[in-house]
Design a protein around this ligand. Structure first.
Ligand code: EPS
Length: 391
């Protein structure tokens, strides 16, 4: 068994995007309907540019599946780019005036070219389509174990949602989120977010925001405290910061922990034998400031991750920049882009967070087939129940 992992390939205006997922067990149903629904959600959201009217993202499975089930080999998926024109010099001209905030400048220096085009083709958030496909495939494994991921837009610019997510209400919040074109389950906040995006467009600028991700149904003990590289909180932060335009990540109370005394931060531990058959094993926490991870491992409470997304760096009004060929001052280039992509990024984070949880589960339970994964998972929960509170 190889560890669960993935890579992507593809440029924004190349022929297509590729997701290559290794380490899925055999016998996992590959529900392309779910993967494609996630891809469709990623394409949505008020404030996106014209590109999404051109594309119709669908994952085409090229390898790893036989008659709807994985066979243990690498899963390869392709998403075709309809707006493929990278080799057409007239339609993808060189760009010499880098956009502040974008990969343009550093990439041009790194690759020793005054043309930002090569870097921006790969830096583009179009690549997140492949990450969503990979993450959605991994979430099919989570679903088999009753683990669900839910992300929504907590804020856009200064407009914040007034919602408290619980195990009891998250499904109805998901419905409200899906009915919102800004990915926000708070209807009033969603309307204000929409208005903020509309104004930003008129103002020829862009907006960022905060995305919140919750993972439900994870038993305690997933991840590791023994090797820093396998700490689940570290993996989550790595995965989230690896997504285009993310500038901050926190788990649970996050930065809020720093200003409070310990007794107000740490979550009191209780035990309810009536709930011992649940994945929490009956462990109950009065609060969840830890965001579901303690010592790099799940603690049985829902995982909570928040990420800050910067405003898109392609700003229509232009930003002070230089022409890389001359060093002379020149306004930054404008390419068709989004005014606000926070709702789309919420879909991306839901899937990359799901992937990391699946990766940690694969590491703990191993197994070449789904039957083996399930048996190991059940055996662990049975042993843990026996250990706790005298069985
Ligand atoms: C995106 C596709 C891109 C951009 C955006 C996200 O398409 P195009 O550049 O052809 O309009 O709209 O990418 C960026 C935000 C960026 O900085 O490049 C997508 O499919 O998500």
């Amino acid at each position: 068994m190889s560890a669960l992992d993935y890579q992507t390939a593809g440029e924004s205006h190349g022929p297509g995007m590729i997701a290559l997922v290794t380490g899925l067990p055999a016998g996992l149903g590959v529900d392309t309907g779910f993967i494609n629904a996630e891809l469709a959600r990623r394409q949505g959201g008020y404030g996106r540019g014209g590109r999404q009217n051109i594309e119709d993202d669908k994952a085409e499975v090229l390898a790893g599946v036989r008659q709807g089930l994985t066979i243990g080999s690498p899963l390869a998926m392709r998403i075709v780019n309809r707006d493929s024109r990278m080799d057409d010099a007239a339609r993808t001209p060189p760009i010499h005036t880098p956009r502040p905030g974008h990969a343009d400048l550093a990439g041009s220096v790194k690759y020793l070219t005054p043309d930002c085009r090569g870097t921006l083709e790969r830096a583009s958030a179009r690549e997140t389509a492949a990450r969503v496909a990979a993450g959605a495939a991994a979430r099919l494994l989570l679903h088999e174990l009753g683990i669900e991921v839910f992300a929504f837009v907590r804020s856009i610019a200064t407009v914040g949602a007034d919602v408290a997510v619980t195990e009891a209400n998250w499904r109805s919040l998901r419905q409200a989120r899906d009915a919102s074109d800004v990915g926000c389950p708070d209807e009033a906040a969603g309307a204000a977010m929409r208005e903020a995006i509309r104004r930003a467009k008129i103002d020829k600028t862009t907006l960022g925001g905060v995305i919140e991700v919750h993972v439900f149904g994870c038993p305690p003990g997933i991840g590791s405290t023994m090797d820093w590289r396998d700490r689940l909180d570290a993996r989550l932060a790595y995965a989230v910061m690896g997504v285009q335009a993310m500038k901050g990540v926190e788990i649970g109370l996050g930065f809020g922990c720093a200003s409070r005394p310990g007794h107000e931060v740490h979550d009191p531990i209780g035990y309810d034998p009536a709930r011992r058959e649940e994945p929490t094993l009956g462990l109950v926490r009065a609060t969840n400031n830890a965001g579901g991870t303690e010592g790099g491992m799940t603690d049985g409470a829902p995982i909570v991750v928040r990420a800050a997304m910067k405003p898109i760096s392609t700003v229509l009004r232009g930003m002070p920049s230089i022409d890389l060929r001359t060093g002379e001052a020149a306004p930054s280039a404008y390419e068709r882009s989004d005014v606000c992509a926070v709702p789309a990024a919420a879909v991306v984070l839901e899937n990359v967070v799901g992937f990391e949880v699946a990766r940690a589960l694969r590491q703990k339970f191993g197994g070449d087939s789904m039957a083996e994964v399930r048996a190991q998972y059940d055996a662990y929960l049975a042993l843990a129940r026996k250990m706790l509170a005298g069985g």
